[in-house]
Each structure stands twice: as C-alpha cells, then as structure tokens.
Design a protein around this ligand. Structure first.
Ligand SMILES: Nc1ncnc2c1ncn2[C@@H]1O[C@H](COP(=O)(O)OP(=O)(O)O)[C@@H](O)[C@H]1O
Ligand SMILES: CC(=O)OP(=O)(O)O
Ligand SMILES: [Mg+2]
Length: 379
C-alpha cells in the first residue's frame, strides 16, 4: 500500500451456473480466463486465494502476506456512515439491512463468511455503498409518505455507488489542484447501474438513487424514476405481485426494455448507428435523464464548479458526455469536442473558456476499499 501497486486484479462470473470462470488481469496487463466449476461463493474465494499464491499466476508467495481483507458492502442503512472493522455485532446490523438490498447484501455476507472460513485470523473491513451519502439533509432523503413508515422500516432514500462518488469527487480536486472546500461538484457515475451526486465542500447533499438502487437515472435494465401510480397500474393490468413488478422494473426495463436490443451501451450504440428507432429513443431517454439531474443538482447546490463523468459509460462513451452537456451553455458548461474524445483516462474535457470545469475521472472503488482498510488497521 505504500506504492499502491496493483499485484493482481480479477473477478469471478457465473457463480453457481454452467461455465463459471475467474477473469484475471496480471500486473503486466495480460488478461486470462481461468474456467472452473464454482458452485458457490466460498469455493470462489478459495479459488481466488489459491490463484493468488499459485506459482503460475502468483502475485504473492503465501497467504500469510495478507494483512487484511476489505469488502464492498452495499446497504449499510443508517447505521454506517463510514467504513468499519467487521465483527459479529457489525455483521448483525448489516444483516438487518438485507431486506433493503436483497440482491446485494446476502452475496456480500457470503464473501465475508468465506474469507472468515479460510483466513480466520485476518481482520476484515466493510466499505458501504451507502456510507458517503449519510450526510444528505433530511429534506433530501425523506419520501413524502406517512412518517411512521420511516420509523418502522427505515423507508427513506439512501443512495448507492458512494465509494465511487467519494473517490472521484476527491480525486478530481487533486487532479485539478483545488481545495474541495468551497467547491460545488456534480459526479455522474454512469455504468450498468448509474447514479448522480451533488457534492458541496466534499460532502454529499443529494444523490439520485433511493431506498434501493432503482431510483433515478435510466439504466441498463432499470427504469429509474417512474410515477408510483404507473407501478400500481401495471401491477393491476398485468396481474403482477411485488416480485413480478420488481423484476420488471429492475431487470427488464431501462434501455433494454425500451430498445428491446440490449442493456449494454456498446450494443445500443451499434443499433443506433444502424438506425433502429427504439434504440434511438432509448438512448435519447438515457441522456436526457442525466441532463435533468445535472440541472436539478446545479439548483440544489446553488451553482456548479465541476461536473465529472465516471463508470463504464461515463469514462468511455464520448457522445454520452457531449449529448448530456449540449444545451447547458446557459449555466456555463462548454465542452471541447476534441478533448472529449478521451477514453478511460483522467482529463478535462471542457473548453478553456468554460465557466464550469467538465472532467473524466476513471473510478477506483478498489483503491478506496484498500485505503479505508489500511486506515482502520492502523487505528
Ligand atoms: N468503450 C466503451 N464504450 C461505450 N460503452 C462502454 C465502453 N466500455 C464499457 N462501456 C459500457 O459501460 C457499461 C458498464 O459499466 P460498468 O461501470 O463496468 O458497470 P457496473 O460496474 O455497474 O457493472 C456497459 O453499458 C458498457 O457497454
Ligand atoms: C448498488 C448498485 O446499483 O450497484 P451496481 O451498479 O454495481 O449494480
Ligand atoms: Mg460498478
């Protein structure tokens, strides 16, 4: 961690399915796919650790070299406003949030348990997606529904991708050589899931995701904002129960649902280039929603100094950035189309005479997790 050197990077896909594999990037940049039957998460963690120490791919010589393990944990509710050392009491509080993120939290816990089983004496740290957003004021995080639903079940807006919003908002200030104090920043994390945050003096004051990662932007397969009246209407017309409507809005909507083509923005771009009208519509909706949130957050912040793009789409797709910023000249946003051609690297993409600085900052949630873990270890 002194040099922040990446020794190995990778992830397992298709756990419990046919054709599961570990995708690995070696320090020299070489990519490998290691196919392996991985029925559940503990076997997956075991395979990762064995790969780390194997002579062929070995990044380390022995598991004894691992001083700590940091985990991305998605929903920490109101309990966690910063990263914490994991112990039984903390994990019980985390499990209590399972209902709020049924897709993410149980999987996170499996990762923790697997590491505990294999490396019982190594400290583990939890880094929560929701933590950075805990500074939102109540009038931004409350829903206008009966107050007792907040008291009984914690129904409120929490926000997600907080580790990414925290990293890029700090990093952009380092990159530009400015102090976060006094700065108004809008961070656009646009990946498979997408969210936007408004950040004042380094603190989050609003973010587009809510109780769950469904609110806000149009995403790959998620609808984002939708009239709750439309939700109950569809449930009645289509005879859907809670699970049915949740699947429809989380997995079959967004650009996939509108275009019928794909949830992947590269494939959507290809369909747009081929003139597919539904793909063109889906793309316009996707960009328009981002623009609306930028306008809203400029108002919430009382102005904006920096707008930045991150995430798979935000880092790579130039026309997303230019379409989103088009027409925002009135608020001092002027993109330089030549500079905007950048892909996956830190850059300023606004014109020299743009009042607002627009930037691309590739996110690095892993570095944030490692840094938090080290800081807690050193405490
Ligand atoms: N070179 C690229 N050009 C356009 N879109 C890209 C590019 N690379 C990745 N993407 C898009 O980024 C999205 C995935 O973003 P990512 O941040 O990896 O998602 P997540 O972490 O939420 O799974 C996909 O829609 C993908 O098509
Ligand atoms: C919380 C969330 O939406 O995460 P992801 O974008 O990784 O699905
Ligand atoms: Mg991501």
């Amino acid at each position: 961690m002194t040099t922040k050197e990446v020794l190995a990077q990778g992830g397992i896909e298709k756990i419990g399915l046919v054709g599961s594999f570990l995708k690995l990037t070696l320090p020299n940049g070489e990519k490998k796919i290691l196919e392996k039957d991985i029925p559940e998460h503990t076997a997956g963690i075991e395979f990762i650790l064995n790969t780390l120490v194997s002579p062929e791919y070995g990044a380390i010589k022995s598991l004894d070299e691992i001083n700590a393990v940091g985990h991305r944990m998605v929903h920490g509710g109101e309990r966690f406003s910063e990263s914490v050392l994991l112990n039984k009491e903390v994990l019980d509080a985390f499990i209590a949030c399972n209902d709020l993120a049924p897709l993410h939290n149980p999987a996170n816990l499996k990762g923790v348990n697997a590491v505990s089983a294999i490396l019982p004496n190594v400290p583990q740290v939890g880094v929560f997606d929701t933590a950075f957003h805990q500074t939102m004021p109540d009038y931004a995080y409350m829903y206008a529904i009966p107050y007792e639903l907040y008291e009984k079940y914690g129904v409120r807006r929490y926000g997600f991708h907080g580790t990414s919003h925290r990293y890029v908002s700090q990093r952009v200030c380092e990159f530009l050589g400015v102090d976060p104090k006094g700065k108004k920043i809008i961070t656009c994390h646009i990946g498979n899931g997408g969210s936007i945050s408004a950040i004042k003096d380094g603190k989050c004051i609003d973010t587009s995701m809510g109780l769950t990662p469904l609110e806000g932007l149009v995403m790959g397969t998620r609808s984002g904002d939708i009239d709750a009246g439309a939700v109950t209407f569809i449930m009645e017309k289509e005879g859907l129960n809670a699970t049915g409507i949740s699947n429809l809005l989380n997995k079959k909507s967004g650009v996939l649902g509108v275009s019928g083509v794909s949830s992947d923005m590269r494939e959507l771009e290809a369909a747009v280039a081929a003139g597919n009208p539904k793909a063109i519509l889906a793309e316009k909706m996707y960009f328009y929603r981002i623009k609306k949130y930028i306008g809203a957050y400029a108002a919430a912040l009382g102005g904006v100094d920096i707008i930045l793009f991150t995430g798979g789409v935000g880092e790579n797709q130039a026309n997303c950035r230019s379409e989103v910023c088009e027409g925002l000249e009135f608020m001092g946003v002027k993109i330089d189309l030549e500079k905007n051609k950048v892909r996956g690297e830190e850059a300023i993409i606004s014109a020299d005479d743009s009042k607002v600085t627009v930037a691309v900052i590739p996110t690095d949630e892993e570095l944030m997790i490692a840094s938090d873990t080290l800081a807690i270890l050193n405490k």
